[in-house]
Design a protein around this ligand. Sequence first.
Ligand SMILES: [Zn+2]
Length: 169
Amino acid sequence: MRGLIALKPRNAAAAGKDFPYGLPTTCFIEVSSDGSVSQGIDVQAYERAVEGTSRLFAVWPGTYSSDLFAIDDLDAYARAVGIVHDQERTGLAEHEHQIRWQPADLDSNGHGTYIYVVVHFECGCAIRDLRAFADQMRAQRGWDVATSSGWSGSGDRFTVRVRRRSLSA
Ligand SMILES: [Zn+2]
């Protein structure tokens, strides 16, 4: 009977920007220097890896087989999962956005909990990551942006859904 074959894991950095850090089915593993193994990576695990007291791995699930990768580029990982803000990935600078906004015509007379809002960036930003935009708008304006329903738009105009009461607050 064959046992486990220990292969040297591939490096996630070699997979470049395509590495699916954000894929919900990607399995993350932390191996501490004392040999303990745990599944999942939180901010504390990331910080331990930066300090060098643990190493991080990810299993990239494939259709027919899955591969183990060593997360060798911790900066890329941190940007990809939002531990470190990534302007290129999110389209959003880390600043107070200069925006104009108005309710979208399509439901301005509605009474739903959430309404569509057209956001016009005057600061040159764009929305490429709705969760990052929602986090920033919560902090900057108290907006409660719905992250489950996606967004639309391009250039400097985007349509998002925002909880009505958070707009008037
Ligand atoms: Zn901006």
